[in-house]
Design a protein around this ligand. Structure first.
Ligand SMILES: [Zn+2]
Ligand SMILES: [Zn+2]
Length: 333
């Protein structure tokens, strides 16, 4: 089968990914093999490819927003039928017994493994997943849109939950790509007023068309104080800007897996008056199930940029430079 593999992490323009021919993998006990139809291109793929995140498995195949059909089942894998449509997400495995798993915080499990980082992901014709970490995909969504829900959607949802936004609250979103454009729709559906701050003029247009109350430059203050804000952009220098935009008692959520350096914070100016900062680390399976139900119920409008499988490197480069709205999705068929 064909698979993209990272030979040496580095800037996308140095072509750190290579398209190679490898043996088709076989599912082990409780695992399924998925014939990949689409795979979303997430910013985390860019961080892994460029070496912002440490290497977990040398020559890994990236991709953790995988939609396809079950093509083979390992021993005792009975949850999904052959040909059933499923989605493979970022969270790949947890121990189930540590203090975090035991209290329902499996996203914090020290033994957690992640698709496309600890094991090969979906930039390939086939991929393997443990059946208990795979989702059914609601019929509402085609393969292209469903891919984006699996990480961008679920993580954006968890970030939104962690804002503890009051009913009818004022929410600021910093950065407006794959994750933010879905979180915005969930927040608006729940009655929030959403203000978007992004460098990309075309993303400001998308934000307004999806129902945002305002859209402006990243460093421009929103038109009213915020009860909560989420930073989706991997840029630490936005943290003080977003804290200044919060009302007293407000919460800032950082949704990225990687961020550039954070400037010093001034206690009186940025933190006093009970302002909160919270990060987001992956998600639980319960988050994923809840989000996919809600996504179908709303239903979310997913903005995508369809790409050929062969153009994965170009898609990563375009993501790095903000050249498209929403999320890029590779098509394998
Ligand atoms: Zn655990
Ligand atoms: Zn992701």
């Amino acid at each position: 089968m064909r698979a993209w593999k990272i030979h040496t992490p580095g800037p996308v323009h140095s072509r750190p990914l290579q398209l190679v021919e490898v043996p088709t993998p076989q599912p082990g006990p409780e695992e399924i093999r998925i014939a990949v139809s689409t795979c979303g291109v997430c910013r985390t793929d860019l961080h892994i490819t460029e070496g912002d995140l440490p290497v977990h498995q040398p020559h890994v195949t990236p991709g953790h927003e995988v939609v396809g059909r079950v093509d083979a089942r390992g021993k005792n894998a009975e949850r999904f039928a052959i040909d059933e449509r499923v989605g493979v997400p970022w969270l790949r495995y947890t121990c189930g017994t540590c203090r975090y798993c035991s209290r329902g915080d499996e996203n914090l499990c020290p033994s957690a493994r992640f698709t496309g980082w600890d094991a090969d992901g979906g930039y390939a014709d086939y991929t393997i997943a443990h059946e208990q970490y795979v989702y059914s995909i609601p019929d509402t969504f085609n393969d292209e849109d469903a891919a984006v829900l699996l990480c961008a959607g679920i993580i954006g949802y968890r970030a939104l939950m962690r804002t503890n936004l009051p009913a009818g609250g004022r929410l600021g979103l910093y950065g407006f790509g794959g994750s933010a454009h879905l979180a915005a729709q969930v927040a608006i559906h729940q009655g929030a007023t959403v203000h978007v701050m992004t460098r990309q003029p075309h993303a400001r247009g998308l934000a307004l068309s999806l129902g945002a109350a305002s859209a402006q430059e990243v460093d421009a203050p929103p038109p009213e104080p915020l009860d909560a804000a989420i930073i989706f952009a991997p840029i630490g220098s936005i943290i003080p800007t977003a804290l200044e935009a919060l009302d007293a008692g407000g919460t800032l959520v950082l949704s990225g897996i990687h961020m550039t350096a954070t400037p010093p914070l001034d206690y009186q100016h940025h933190l006093f008056n009970e302002k909160n900062i919270r990060s987001v680390t992956a998600n639980t399976r319960a988050d994923g199930e809840a989000f996919l139900r809600l996504a179908a119920e709303i239903p979310l409008q997913v903005t995508t940029s369809a790409r050929r499988f062969e153009d994965a490197l170009q898609a990563l480069d375009d993501l790095k430079h903000g050249r498209f709205d929403g999320a890029a999705v590779l098509h394998l068929e």
